[in-house]
Ligand binder design. Structure first.
Ligand code: PLP
Length: 452
């Protein structure tokens, strides 16, 4: 076999990929026929594929490359850390400087008394940690029956057994099942489910489903509620303004722990360090990953409040952890990423470029005959495709067919945008410039026109 490098012909790379590589969330046989697009380089918001196309990445990879591609500082830091101490564990009375420094930095950045970090390798793992952590907390508080976690339909919290079960995506539960002790309430998705109600009334109603569910299950059985400040993989569902204040009122009233899954909304995406700050949410735990290292190294974690950390810490061993919890190379890379986000004032840039520059252009998409609503918070946006804006109707036939076609046109026009059913979504690297926004918008309009 030839040595496999970027220099092999695309067809050869695709054939090897099809023969040996099982892709996540992908119909393997269909992809094998078509051939996966082979990405070879990234710089800023731009990707290059094996055929030399310059693609604008409207999704920051999987919502993670916040500082953009090609920042060599992170490579330098990774190499230095590998030479100095490539690995050591944090399990048995040992620690190391990158884990200490990253935990301390996160405690400084996180709001309120979120001062303690439990590291994981990904967002899914961190949410698995959260399941054990909140159940362990109530066990120590002598309420071991308090173990149900309430989450939301169409929420996404990862695809391990724990994360996938917290998520409310039934197509994930259908492949391998769902763990017990997790209940789902409705999502604050006004466009799809709000009917004749105003968004505000609908948001309130959906939040109040939490109270009804707590009462139905018995508050003595409910450990926590988990939600993404903005549902990302569910279609960038921005909740009505009434939603989070009501959720906060309910968790406060019943003493339920609140977990904000900030895997997408963390590290600048919504124009603040965390989405919880944008929406005025006061969580007991935040799940983090993705933008923590801008995707340069796999790392995730849970930022935990004083009360939970103290309670769990004082009760003896917490029987949970991962070989790569606080991995020194990943932690060093994450620290460098946070330094860049901070020193280059990238979160200020998000606010500057999102409103009004991108917002005006994004909202103007509703002038397109096929676009109903347009939503944008920071650099996270969605549009709803519809055959009838007035009634918010769905297209005839299989849901997502038009969205898929639109995504394919974007792909052909060297723009990465994702579709979730018949919603199109963006979450570009946070360093995107106004000129690059113009390119993104031009390609988005062209793609929409081509599938209309
Ligand atoms: N939580 C949210 C909100 C996510 O969007 C994701 C991934 O998209 C996850 C958790 C899972 O993270 P990972 O894919 O790193 O396991």
């Amino acid at each position: 076999m030839n040595k496999i490098t970027n220099h092999l012909p695309t067809a050869e790379l695709q054939a090897l990929d099809a023969a040996h590589h099982m892709h996540p969330f992908t119909a393997g046989a269909a992809l094998a026929k078509k051939g996966a697009r082979v990405m070879t380089q990234g710089k800023g918001v731009w990707l290059t594929d094996s055929e030399g196309h310059k693609i604008i990445d409207g999704m920051a990879g999987l919502w993670c490359v916040n500082i953009g591609y090609g920042r060599s500082e992170l490579g330098v830091v990774a190499a230095r850390q590998m030479e100095e101490l490539a690995y050591y564990n944090t399990f048995f009375q040992t620690t190391h400087v990158p884990a200490i420094a990253l935990a301390a930095k996160l405690a400084e950045l996180a709001p309120g008394d979120l001062n303690h970090v439990f590291f994981a390798g990904s967002g899914s793992e961190a949410n698995d940690t959260n399941i054990r952590l909140v159940r362990r907390y109530w066990q120590i508080k002598e309420q071991p029956q308090k173990r149900i976690i309430i989450a939301r339909k169409n929420g996404y919290h990862g695809s391990t057994m724990g994360g996938g079960s917290l998520g409310g995506m039934t197509y994930i539960h259908a492949h391998g099942g769902k763990i017990d002790g997790i209940e789902h309430i409705g999502q604050p998705h006004w466009w799809a489910e709000g009917g004749e109600m105003t968004p505000e009334a609908f948001g309130l109603m959906r939040a109040q489903e939490l109270e009804a569910k707590i009462l139905e299950l018995g508050v003595e059985n409910v450990a926590a509620f988990i939600g993404e400040p903005i549902q990302g993989a569910g279609g960038v569902i921005v909740p009505p303004s009434t939603y989070w204040p009501e959720i906060q009122r309910i968790v406060d009233k019943y003493g339920i722990l609140l977990i904000a899954d900030e895997v997408i909304t963390g590290f600048g995406r919504t124009g603040n360090w965390f989405g919880s700050q944008t929406f005025g949410i006061k969580p007991h735990i935040m799940t983090i990953a993705k933008g923590l290292s801008s995707g340069y190294a796999p790392i995730g974690g849970s930022i935990v409040c004083d009360e939970i950390a103290k309670t769990v810490g004082e009760a003896g061993d917490f029987n949970h952890g991962y070989t790569y919890s606080g991995h020194p190379v990943a932690a060093a890379v994450a620290l460098e990423n946070l330094r860049i986000l901070e020193e280059e004032k990238i979160i200020d840039h998000v606010r500057d470029v999102a409103h009004p520059y991108l917002a005006e252009r994004w909202n103007a998409l509703t002038d397109h005959p096929m676009v109903g609503e347009a939503k944008l918070v920071g650099l996270m946006g969605s549009i709803a495709l519809t055959p009838d804006k007035a009634t918010r109707a769905k297209f005839a036939g299989e849901e997502g067919k038009v969205g898929f076609r639109c995504r394919e046109r974007c792909f052909a026009n060297d723009l990465i945008m994702r579709h979730v059913g018949d919603r199109m979504i963006i979450a570009p690297p946070l360093v995107i410039t106004p000129a690059e926004i113009d390119v993104l918008m031009e390609r988005a309009w062209k793609s929409l026109d081509e599938c209309y």
